[in-house]
Design a protein around this ligand. Structure first.
Ligand code: CTP
Length: 406
């Protein structure tokens, strides 16, 4: 994934410095040549030997090095990417102000390579206007910020400020370095099962976990797309993905019909309820009122609606979760809903579909091509789906003008 890439890993003095070890290991496992640089503050939290043992070179800490009199320019010029994890408030301030007080800040100023900064600090510090102003300055200069997450902080506190998970930082690095075959596109993905209210506490739901939709969103983002995920579930948000939370089929339809006209690719991975109660009962239905009669009505077929109004050049992808006659039903849905591609899965097979981390699918294209992907994790399935989407775009579609990035 990162073979041949030279990555400078800057570590500054925060409690999250120990997590830099995990990130370092992941970068090396992904094929990168990792050059670690620690600040004096980082050495209070992490032993040099630990990081040196896992990185591709020994840790460097000093500007003053007789063997290499200008280490910062050598480091900055030879890097394919610099990542700072964790980045303290002090590092953000120094970098934003252009201060060159130590090896890491000098290296940051001496590079033209992309820079990924991963702040970590207490909530009060993260939310301080001075810190937020520095973040805005760095962003405006093209620095990629992997925002901290909410969770437990040092000293037993909880709040926003925890270093982003190493897999999220790795995803950001891969995305920044890849450029990506979906760069300049807007990909809209739906995920999860809709919940249709019966009364104030009960819903009609289904077994969809949302994992496949999230995997598609993560893969599209890693390949450079601007991704909007319309979701009914609360899973970890993949790097670079914007989530719109919805619950019912009606809310999902409203969100998607708003987004789809400007999308280059729409992937409808959500499991939409086919029927909903005609009207939700206000308050809670009580047992002593007897067995309720719940009258259902069909929900709108969102995907069929998107197919009927599909703009030229858009690739529309649907899913077909079946328990019998998989390809017959999937082919009928492909045609009926005017899709470019349908992802068919036999949800009765072991390890496939709802709630599993794995899936096995057949991809049916509108041109009659089929591709079978044997049981694999949902990210690998996502990769196969998006490989096919890229092929369809390359074959049939004139290039779409890139959307302005926010
Ligand atoms: N879908 C949708 N709106 C619905 C029902 C389904 O947009 N009200 C979408 C799903 O997100 C999926 C595709 O249509 O991408 C196929 O869904 P599926 O449930 O397999 O098929 P249905 O069209 O609902 O047909 P059936 O339930 O008879 O299999």
């Amino acid at each position: 994934m990162l073979a041949g890439k030279r990555i400078v890993l800057g570590v500054t003095g925060g409690i999250a410095a120990y997590k830099a070890v995990d990130l370092c290991r992941r970068l090396v496992d992904a094929g990168a040549h990792v050059v670690p640089v620690m600040t004096a503050g980082a050495e209070h939290f992490l032993g040099r030997t630990t990081l040196s043992a896992l990185a591709s070179e020994p840790v460097q800490t000093s500007l003053w090095n007789e063997a290499s009199p200008i280490p910062h320019t050598r480091l900055g010029q030879s890097a394919d990417l610099i990542v700072v994890a964790p980045a303290t408030a002090r590092l953000l301030a120094a970098y934003a102000a252009g201060l060159s007080s130590d090896l890491l800040t000098n290296t940051l100023l001496a590079t033209r390579a992309p820079v990924v900064v991963c702040p970590a600090m207490h909530t009060e510090m993260w939310e301080h206007p001075a810190v937020q102003a520095n973040i805005a300055t760095l962003r405006s200069r093209g620095v990629h910020i992997v925002e901290p997450e909410a969770g437990r902080l040092a000293g037993g506190d909880t709040g926003t400020g925890r270093l982003a998970a190493p897999e999220r930082i790795l995803a950001a690095i891969v995305r920044v370095l890849s450029g990506g075959d979906l760069a300049g596109t807007h990909v809209v993905v739906s995920a999860g099962g809709t919940r249709e209210p019966i009364d104030a506490v009960r819903v009609i739901a289904n077994r969809s976990s949302g994992k496949q939709g999230y995997a598609i969103a993560a893969e599209a983002s890693a390949r450079g797309a601007q991704v909007t995920l319309v979701s009914t579930v609360d899973l970890a948000v993949p790097f670079g993905v914007t989530v719109l939370a919805v619950e019912t089929a009606a809310q999902m339809e409203a969100a998607l019909t708003g987004l789809a006209p400007a999308a280059d690719v729409v992937v409808m991975a959500a499991a939409v309820a086919d029927f909903r109660p005609v009207a939700a009962v206000p308050g809670k239905i009580k047992k002593d009122q007897g067995v309720p009669q719940i009258v259902l009505e069909p929900t709108p077929d969102i995907l069929a609606g998107l197919g009927a109004t599909k703009p030229a050049g858009q690739v529309l992808v649907g899913f077909a979760a079946e328990t019998s006659d998989l390809l017959v039903h999937a082919a009928a849905k492909l045609q009926r809903k005017h899709l470019d591609l349908i992802v068919a899965n036999d949800v009765a097979a072991p390890g496939v579909g709802f709630q599993h981390d794995t899936n096995a699918v057949t991809l049916l294209g509108a041109d009659g091509t089929t591709r079978t992907v044997a049981l694999a994790d949902k990210r690998a399935i996502a990769k196969a789906v998006l490989d096919t989407v890229v092929e369809i775009r390359g074959r049939d579609q004139p290039p779409h003008p890139p959307l302005p990035t926010s």
